[in-house]
Design a protein around this ligand. Sequence first.
Ligand SMILES: Cc1cc2nc3c(=O)[nH]c(=O)nc-3n(C[C@H](O)[C@H](O)[C@H](O)COP(=O)(O)O)c2cc1C
Length: 274
Amino acid sequence: MDKLTIDIQKCNQDSLCAVECPVRIIRLDSLTGYPVPLPDFESSCLKCGHCVTICPTDALSLDWLSPESCRLISEDLRLTPAQAEQFLRSRRSVRSFKNKTVSDRTIEKLLEVACAAPSAKNQQPWHWTVVRSPAEVRQLAEMVIEWMREVSHTDPKKAEASGFVRPIAAWEQGEERICRGAPHVIVAHADKNWIFGPEDSALALSLLDLYATSMGLGACWGGYFYKAVNAYPPLFQALGLPNHHRAFGTLMLGYPKFKYRRIPERRPPRVAWR
Ligand SMILES: Cc1cc2nc3c(=O)[nH]c(=O)nc-3n(C[C@H](O)[C@H](O)[C@H](O)COP(=O)(O)O)c2cc1C
């Protein structure tokens, strides 16, 4: 049962918890002036933690979240806009990796940060499958090629339009263009019926990609890979995904072999100002 507790020695009745609650299930009691939950608090709470983390006096706790369990936001660690801009604009898709694996602890840390992404209704629907062995990554890449070959035989036009011709030809010449020789692959998957699965997963993977960059790692979306996971049952099974799940994104991960020197221009924003 979700319970909201107010420490009246600390509460300054500023109503921030009520104002910031996205589902408006906290109000200030008209007699006491202290925050109280509405009757549907338990059933409607998104468990986003806004009420606890906005409180400037640490007066509000939930039975599952105390102010003390939430780390403080350090002013010293805030990025300047210039730092943030360079960081965000210099992230690249990395496709050349060192022959070096990433520790489980580091991958766990990446996933913890990825799970801080926004998700519709704060569902946090993600499940992660991490391929730790470079040899297994290669075997899985080969299965993607098998799927591409199958499509090429049954529907050559589709294979051509989907861009399968070149990765197949590269594979036949000994070049692996599916996972690009990355030592690891991370698959984000979720209940196949969750309508925001694609968005929630892309956002989490994007945080993972950015955080990996900050750690000196490199990542790249494996578009062919996760399309193949959903379209080619042997690959789905090889990864051991639950039957009611769908893969919503894949990142290749490893240590970059090379360092970029400059940031490229992108198309300017196509905006309609109204
Ligand atoms: C949904 C998605 C799928 C992608 N699939 C692949 C892929 O299968 N192989 C690959 O090498 N790059 C893939 N990419 C990376 C893009 O090619 C890359 O983001 C783009 O060229 C811009 O380069 P940058 O990320 O370095 O800025 C994918 C990116 C996205 C967003």
